[in-house]
Design a protein around this ligand. Structure first.
Ligand SMILES: [Fe+2]
Ligand SMILES: [Fe+2]
Length: 335
């Protein structure tokens, strides 16, 4: 299902031909969604459903590959061979996640070249969290614990997404994300059992990342007008605010085990709601960062574009190799 092929010229997928009456096709689609079934690439689907999925899956793919950069900065500076090997594997996993997701987007007739171009020219969004800097080794642990932890909370419900290829990609991704979260927690635990300076480094990183991580779940439900439709389509299963609350409730307990303080005086148990309350988030900061003006937006995009340009020869060689094999196969058939 998840083809690893590059976009070959003249090989764009064709949409399923419309053979039956449009109303009938819409009714069949609605019935499939109502019975919680899966929509597959060759099934008829409304244009808006397709567009929403292409946007969401490609933003997700962009987030995975831009997400390689903040931690990639630390591969050469990891404190031990063990931590270096773990971090290398983790960053490589994120590249793999991008690959599964670009492939899932391609099943919707999207061209990977167009999607990547939208990222590189600033037209496409990616997760705001990757525009924050990784100042110390503790940031790498905090990214694993909190950023991958938040990603898991977000992505587990996507394993039940109505679009088959996206749901199946997410099942694979979530398995790897749980390793990412644990390795981050483990790295932090080792530091918390170390020196006072290491404990301070962890606390400083937690202080800087906590609020941006909470914003990873997206704007409050009241400011998310498209959520109702994506939930009706079975793409999104749990609202932004409910996911954020689940994450806060789970993470407070983990912070106690770790021995760090979450930097929010408003974070208190609400016995009536049976959830933790937390302080309002700075949504102006969120919009500023998502719209290109975060601490590292320019650096991230420049690094990504350079990596793409530096890799041009690999893509050209892969295309030449694929064409050679295709020609050979054609010649063999003709013989
Ligand atoms: Fe990932
Ligand atoms: Fe991850």
């Amino acid at each position: 299902m998840y083809t690893q092929s590059l976009d070959l010229p003249g090989q764009a997928q064709q949409a399923a031909p419309i053979t039956a009456d449009l109303a009938e096709q819409q009714a069949a689609f609605d019935a499939r969604i109502a019975e919680d079934g899966k929509i597959e690439p060759m099934d008829w689907m409304p244009d808006a459903y397709r567009k929403t999925l292409v946007r969401q899956i490609s933003q997700h793919a962009h987030s995975e590959i831009v997400g390689m950069l903040p931690e990639g900065n630390w591969i050469s500076r990891a404190p031990s061979l063990k931590r270096k090997a773990i971090l290398l594997a983790k960053v490589q996993d994120e590249g793999g996640h991008g690959l599964y997701l670009y492939s899932a987007a391609e099943t919707l007739n999207a061209s990977r070249d167009d999607l990547v171009d939208a990222l590189h020219t600033g037209r496409a969004k990616y997760s705001s969290i990757f525009n924050y800097p990784t100042l110390t080794w503790a940031d790498v642990g905090v990214i694993g614990w909190l950023v991958d932890g938040a990603a898991i909370m977000n992505q587990i419900p996507l394993c039940r997404c109505s679009y088959g290829p996206y749901a199946r990609a997410m099942i694979r991704i979530c398995k790897e994300e749980s390793f990412h979260q644990r390795q981050g927690f483990d790295a932090l635990l080792a530091m918390m059992r170390g020196t006072e300076a290491q404990r301070e480094m962890v606390q400083d990183a937690v202080d800087r990342w906590w609020f941006p991580v909470l914003m990873m779940f997206g704007p409050p439900d009241a400011a998310s007008p498209n959520s109702t439709q994506t939930m009706a389509w079975g793409i999104k299963r749990i609202s932004n605010d409910d996911l954020r609350q689940k994450f806060v409730d789970a993470t407070v307990e983990q912070a106690k085990v770790l021995g760090v303080t979450l930097p929010d005086p408003g974070l208190v148990w609400n016995a009536e709601r049976r959830h933790y309350d937390y302080s309002p988030l700075d949504w102006e900061e969120f919009w500023r960062v998502i719209n290109g003006d975060g601490p590292c937006n320019r650096e991230r995009l420049a690094t990504r574009v350079k990596a793409h340009e530096d890799g041009a020869w690999v893509r050209e060689a892969a295309l030449a190799h694929a064409e050679k094999h295709a020609n050979r196969a054609t010649a063999a058939k003709a013989a």
